[in-house]
Design a protein around this ligand. Structure first.
Ligand SMILES: CC(C)(COP(=O)(O)OP(=O)(O)OC[C@H]1O[C@@H](n2cnc3c(N)ncnc32)[C@H](O)[C@@H]1OP(=O)(O)O)[C@@H](O)C(=O)NCCC(=O)NCCS
Length: 190
């Protein structure tokens, strides 16, 4: 899309090979899957394939591959889950493979997902859950303009202790104000 020319990543629907690469990665880095609010089924290839098939048929979940614009490599996954057509609400999940972190790809991928969610899927609200110890993710959401809406106190047990889980969200009108230039071609910015 022209509006994102020069950005470090683009998104496209997740393919089978990328699901399998994600599985290998989650197995190698289990603490990352602990950070994610949605995870792929981790047991075997068949359940991975079933998960992908069900997701493609579902109107409630959508996962994109994050692709490095310069080299075309698969950098991670990003998706919206539990898309609710009545409340027009959905939950965001994202991960990048370690070599792609800290260079602006997360920010770029979420900008693109917000555009898809608010403009293509006509959502009113995009929310997420983040563990309180996950400073990179909290920094990313803060920088993008998400609001920290609340805390589920000591809702998550890891490594022998309970951690708070924070709820962050962005509303469609907030997105319009923050990113007036992020519009699909041919649509007005307000
Ligand atoms: C969270 C994650 C997606 C961030 O993506 P990223 O591409 O590394 O982030 P970006 O490079 O776009 O950084 C954007 C902002 O996020 C914040 N940030 C990124 N990495 C950070 C770190 N290690 N510590 C603190 N803040 C950080 C900064 O504010 C940064 O802005 P700046 O570069 O101007 O300082 C990535 O670290 C990741 O995949 N982590 C593992 C999976 C995960 O935790 N997913 C989220 C579950 S809720």
């Amino acid at each position: 899309m022209e509006i994102f020319a020069g950005e470090p990543v683009y998104l496209r629907p997740l393919e089978r090979e990328e699901v399998l690469a994600s599985l290998d990665f989650f197995r190698a880095e289990p603490e990352v899957s602990a950070n994610l609010t949605w995870v792929l089924p981790l047991n075997n290839v068949e359940s991975q394939e079933r998960w992908l098939r069900e997701m493609r048929e579902s109107d409630r979940d959508y996962v994109f591959a994050i692709i490095e614009a310069a080299g075309g490599r698969h950098a991670g996954n990003i998706g919206l889950h539990n898309i609710d057509p009545k409340d027009r609400d959905a939950e965001l999940g994202i991960f990048l493979f370690p070599e792609f972190r800290g260079i602006g790809m997360g920010q770029s991928a979420i900008r693109r997902l917000l555009l898809w969610g608010f403009q293509v899927r006509n959502l009113h609200r995009i929310r997420l859950r983040v563990r309180a110890y996950n400073q990179p993710a909290r920094g990313l959401y803060r920088k993008l303009g998400f609001t920290r809406e609340g805390v589920l106190r000591e809702a998550y047990f890891l490594n022998g202790r309970f951690w708070d889980v924070e709820i962050w969200g962005m509303l469609e009108h907030e997105w319009r104000g923050l990113y007036p230039e992020d519009r699909l071609p041919g649509t007005p910015s307000s």
